[in-house]
Design a protein around this ligand. Structure first.
Ligand SMILES: C[S@@+](CC[C@H](N)C(=O)[O-])C[C@H]1O[C@@H](n2cnc3c(N)ncnc32)[C@H](O)[C@@H]1O
Length: 316
């Protein structure tokens, strides 16, 4: 979101604006509504064209069978080709077609006190989280991992397919997103080897996470620090999920986006957790960032504050 834009700082305000545009944007003549919707989405995290904003993991639209398509006209399946030598190098992700929204989305969001950003698209930071986890697949061997605010869950699926983790839980607070994650888990089950992969509805301000408490070696998340009203809940969730003793770490990728990341860091410190933050965490990602800063047609409104995710590692 833009700094100082109080009108758009509430998820509910944002939701209703997107809903208004979704309803208005049916015929092509309503292009004004479409571009306004685009602008709102850009304010959350300025997104590039397509799903490969940093051009790290190639992906293409995958043809889904006619039986799958029936009744699912708003859905698409993307095939991500993992740049790795492991056997299962293709991952299939079910997600919404670009610019598709329905009234039901917003009813579900309001009922569950959640925003619809997980349904809008996979955000650029998720690609970076996935690429980073691929590059460090060894560290997940025999470990228990949970992804928070996973959206379509590319990061969790990549860890499950490319590492020999013992368990990967892919979570989000939006029940609609969970349905997509479940379909993707089923579609890729053969790629996971002996890793147990599950989805979990987990809302940072609500869910009782007793059964998940203090059991994860790694917690991963991307682009989850932009709404300040969820900072406290997210930090408490982290505190509950990190192990009480021994190594246990959260790996977050988040653009700075005005003061929202700084405010999140204040909450981390207040809760007695520690963190370290880095800007240059991967040579290829840094190079891609430098190229985009020079100006690139694939992502015309690219700029550091809203688009380039910093790596944040959090522990006790
Ligand atoms: C900007 S999206 C990022 C999604 C995904 N990580 C990505 O980068 O593509 C934020 C995600 O956090 C989830 N979320 C927002 N508030 C939440 C909350 N209070 N509890 C759990 N999930 C939440 C949303 O449903 C959404 O999937």
């Amino acid at each position: 979101m833009e700094e100082g834009d109080e009108q758009l700082s509430k998820p509910s305000t944002l939701r209703w604006k997107i809903l208004r545009n979704a309803l208005l944007s049916r015929p092509p003549s309503q292009s004004d509504a479409k571009s306004e919707s685009r602008e709102i989405i850009n304010r959350i995290s300025r997104k590039g064209k397509g799903n490969q904003s940093f051009n790290l993991i190639p992906c293409h639209l995958h043809q889904i069978s006619s039986t799958e398509v029936q009744g699912l006209t708003m859905d698409a399946c993307y095939c991500y080709s993992l740049p790795t030598s492991i056997a299962a190098s293709n991952l299939f992700l079910y997600q919404r077609k670009d610019n598709c929204a329905s009234i039901t989305d917003f009813e579900i969001c309001n009922k569950n006190d959640i925003d619809n950003t997980g349904v809008v698209c996979p955000w650029p930071s998720e690609e970076i989280l996935s690429y980073y986890c691929l590059s460090h697949a060894d560290m997940f061997r025999s470990k228990s991992i949970i992804e928070l605010g996973a959206g379509y869950g590319l990061g969790g699926l990549v860890i499950a397919a490319a590492s020999e983790a013992s368990e990967v839980v892919i979570s989000d607070g939006n029940p609609q997103v969970i349905e997509y994650i479940q379909r993707s888990i089923a579609a890729n089950s053969e790629a996971f080897g002996s890793t147990v992969v599950t989805s979990q509805l987990l809302h940072w301000n609500k869910e009782d996470i007793e059964t998940l408490s203090h059991k994860f070696d790694f917690i991963v998340a991307s682009d989850c620090t932009f709404f300040k009203e969820f900072h406290k809940g997210l930090v408490q969730t982290l505190k509950s999920l990190l192990k009480d003793s021994g190594f246990s770490e959260a790996i977050f990728f988040s653009p700075k986006r005005g003061d929202s990341l700084d405010k999140f860091l204040e909450e981390i410190t207040e809760a007695g957790l520690t963190y370290c933050i880095s800007e240059k965490y991967n040579e290829r990602v840094w190079k891609s960032h430098q190229e985009l800063m020079k100006g690139d047609q694939s992502w015309p409104n690219y700029e550091t504050d809203h688009c380039y995710p910093l790596l944040l590692k959090i522990s006790r």
